[in-house]
Design a protein around this ligand. Structure first.
Ligand code: SF4
Length: 247
């Protein structure tokens, strides 16, 4: 059997894939990401949040055996956990992997579950970034549902991004706007996260998510009052690095 050719550096592949698929539709980008040898072994990472069902449905229509990674921070809304089970069953996802922080790490760093108050970056590192990094071991790329319209920090998002840890991030919905998302959900009769109707257009952990008022940024309810817009922790060459609040 011929040996697989090693993958080119991730930034080179991201540029090449963007050049080749720049004018493709979201579902075509996803289909190519699942089969293009330049992408490698791939998983979808989903929060089962307000709009996650769109990408999950698109994936299930192409290949419902692709691994789907769900990070249960153990700080999520009960509604999210119920919704996750409902959507996974409805789409018949056959390789759903529920990811948790290691209990020993939680016991050492956040025994009373209050770390989010004193050190939200540390809490995200413990409950999201480190478990995700472990779950992504063995994958060359991961699919996300991030979109340009969601926040000013995402305004330049491309379909394919070189991540700092050497993996590709694939963002098939990068160019979709709110109406595209709504239309897709309506046309495919997809179930909505129950908290959307209660004023949560973006849904994360319960202690760090609040409802959004009309006219506010979609993500204004995430870490409200804190100088933090994204998880804030990334991996660079296998080491956890704080990128600073608001990056
Ligand atoms: S979003 Fe809040 S509760 Fe969830 S991991 Fe980050 S700091 Fe902790």
């Amino acid at each position: 059997m011929p040996l697989e050719a090693p993958l080119a550096p991730v930034a080179v592949r991201a540029d090449d894939l963007n050049a080749r698929y720049r004018h493709h539709a979201a579902s075509a980008v996803l289909r190519h990401a699942l089969s293009d040898a330049q992408v490698g072994r791939i998983a979808l990472v989903s929060s089962f949040g307000a709009e996650s069902v769109v990408l999950l449905h698109m994936l299930a229509m192409i290949d419902r055996t692709v691994p789907v990674l769900f990070i249960d921070t153990q700080m999520l809304f009960a509604e999210t956990l119920d919704y996750q089970r409902q959507v996974a069953a409805r789409l018949d996802l056959t390789d759903l992997r529920i990811i948790h922080a290691q209990p020993v790490a939680v016991a050492a760093k956040d025994p009373d579950g209050q770390l989010h108050r004193t050190d939200p970056d540390g809490c995200c590192a413990l409950r999201k970034t480190e478990p995700l990094e472990r779950a992504l071991d063995g994958f060359d790329a991961w699919i996300t549902g991030r979109k340009r319209f969601q926040a000013s920090t995402r305004a330049a998002l491309e379909f394919f991004e070189a991540d700092t840890d050497g993996r590709l991030k694939v963002n098939p919905l990068a160019h979709w706007d709110k109406a595209d998302v709504q239309d897709y959900m309506i046309n495919n009769r997809l179930p909505r996260h129950p908290l959307v109707a209660r004023g949560y257009p973006s849904i994360g952990c319960a202690p760090c998510t609040s409802p959004v008022k009309p006219g506010e940024d979609e993500r204004a309810g995430r870490w409200r009052g804190a100088a933090k817009e994204e998880c804030g922790i990334h991996f660079v060459n296998g080491k956890m690095v704080r990128t600073g609040a608001g990056q």
